[in-house]
Design a protein around this ligand. Structure first.
Ligand code: FNR
Length: 350
C-alpha cells in the first residue's frame, strides 16, 4: 500500500544524507592485519578473483546487497547498480519486494533483467512477510524478476525500533525450513546490519540453508534509521540500541568456523573498500557485500560516480592480494594474519 512506499522513500532520504552509520560502531576489521609480502613474485594480472555464486560465475567476489524498489526513484537506483554489477561481473540484489507483493503496479521498479541480463540476481523479502506469502508467494516474487536466488532478510532490531514494526518473532525457523526445502541453494538468509552469529547460522544450515549474509554491525544501522524517524520514547530506545549487534569481522569469522567450508558466506555491514573486502575474504567470506557506499555514490553522481567508486574498490582488492602474495582468495585465506584487540575478545566468546 501507499504507506510501504512512503516509508521506503523516507528510508532512502535518510540513507542518502543522514547520519546512519553511528561513529561509535565498528566492524572490528581494524583489528585484522593482513601481512605484507615484500616479494610477491607475481603480476597484478595473475590475480584471479572469479567466484561461483547462485549457479553463475562472478568476475569478482562482490555482492551489491539488496536495498530498494517500489518507487520510480528506487527503480532508477536498481537499474544503475544492476547495470554496474553486470558490467563488472558482480552479484546484485534488489531490495524488499514487499511493495510489489502488495501492489503489482510497483513491480517495474524491481525489473533489471533488460539492463543486466546475465547478472547473478537476488530477490528479497522479509522473513515475516514470507510467512504471510508462503513458499509459492516467495517463489513467485523471485520468478517475477527473473532472479537466480531469493534473500530472506532478518531485521528484529529494526522492527522493534519502528513504531509500526513487528513485535512477535515466533515461527521464523519453521518458514526458513519450508523455504529451504522448496528452494534449495537458491535461498539466502541475511541480516540487515545487526549480524548473524554462529548459533543462528548453525541452526539455519541444519534446516538446509546454503547461503548466508552475516550483515554485521559497523555500517548502515537500521536501528539508527528508525531512531531518526521515531519520536519520544521510541527514539530514546533507538538511541540506546543503535550500537547493538555483532561486528561484521566477529560474525564472519565465527560463522565460518561454525558452518564449515560448504556454505556460501557473504560478509556485509560496514565493508567500505577493497582492503576491507580482502580482510573479510581472509576471515572466511566467499563474497564481500556492500550497500551504502554504492547507493550514496549513485545518489550523488549517478552511474558514473558509482562506477568510479567500484573501480577504486576493485583496484584495492587486487592490490591487497598482490601485497600478500596471493593469486586467489583461496591463497589469501592460507596466509597468516594478525588479529588484535576487541576482535580477539569476541572470537574467544563466539
Ligand atoms: C538496505 N538494506 C536492506 N536489506 C534488505 O535485506 N532489504 C532491504 O530492502 C534493504 N534496504 C536497504 C536500503 C538501503 C538504502 C540500504 C543502505 C540498505 C540492508 C543492506 O542490504 C545491508 O545488509 C546493510 O545496509 C549493511 O551493509 P552496508 O550498508 O553497511 O554496506
Amino acid at each position: 500500500d501507499e504507506t510501504t512506499a512512503k516509508r521506503k522513500d523516507a528510508h532512502l532520504d535518510l540513507c542518502a544524507t543522514g547520519d546512519v552509520e553511528p561513529a561509535q560502531n565498528s566492524t572490528l576489521l581494524e583489528c585484522v592485519h593482513l601481512i605484507h609480502c615484500a616479494m610477491p613474485e607475481m603480476a597484478v594480472e595473475d590475480v584471479d578473483l572469479s567466484t561461483p555464486f547462485l549457479g553463475k560465475r562472478l568476475q569478482a567476489p562482490l555482492l551489491v546487497t539488496g536495498m530498494t524498489g517500489g518507487t520510480d526513484r528506487a527503480g532508477a537506483v536498481n537499474r544503475d547498480l544492476a547495470l554496474l554489477a553486470e558490467r563488472h561481473g558482480l552479484a546484485f540484489g534488489v531490495g524488499s519486494q514487499r511493495a510489489m507483493a502488495e501492489d503489482n503496479a510497483r513491480a517495474a521498479s524491481y525489473a533489471v533483467r533488460d539492463v543486466a541480463p546475465t547478472v547473478a540476481l537476488l530477490g528479497n523479502i522479509g522473513l515475516y512477510q514470507a510467512i504471510g506469502l508462503g513458499v509459492d508467494g516467495v517463489r513467485r516474487l523471485m520468478d517475477a524478476i527473473g532472479a537466480d536466488g531469493m534473500a530472506l532478510h532478518l531485521n528484529a532490531g529494526q522492527e522493534l525500533t519502528q513504531p509500526e514494526g513487528d513485535r512477535d518473532f515466533r515461527g521464523g525457523y519453521r518458514v526458513v525450513e519450508e523455504l529451504a526445502r522448496a528452494m534449495g541453494d537458491r535461498l539466502m538468509v541475511k541480516e540487515t546490519g545487526c549480524g548473524i552469529g554462529p548459533d543462528v547460522a548453525r541452526r539455519l544450515v541444519e534446516l538446509g540453508v546454503r547461503n548466508v549474509d552475516v550483515s554485521g554491525l559497523g555500517g548502515t544501522s537500521w536501528v539508527r534509521v528508525e531512531q531518526l524517524r521515531a519520536v519520544g520514547s521510541q527514539a530514546q530506545v533507538g538511541a540506546e540500541f543503535s550500537g547493538w549487534g555483532i561486528p561484521t569481522a566477529a560474525a564472519i569469522a565465527s560463522v565460518r568456523k561454525a558452518v564449515g567450508p560448504e556454505v556460501r558466506l557473504v560478509a556485509s555491514g560496514g565493508v567500505r573498500g577493497g582492503l576491507e573486502s580482502a580482510k573479510v575474504l581472509a576471515l572466511g567470506a566467499d563474497l564481500a557485500g556492500m550497500a551504502l557506499p554504492l547507493f550514496r555514490a549513485q545518489q550523488q553522481g549517478g552511474l558514473p560516480a558509482a562506477e568510479d567508486a567500484l573501480k577504486v574498490i576493485l583496484t584495492s582488492l587486487r592490490q591487497a592480494l598482490v601485497l600478500t602474495g596471493s593469486r586467489s582468495v583461496a591463497q589469501l585465506r592460507q596466509r597468516p594474519r594478525v588479529v588484535t584487540g576487541a576482535l580477539k575478545d569476541w572470537l574467544a566468546a563466539l
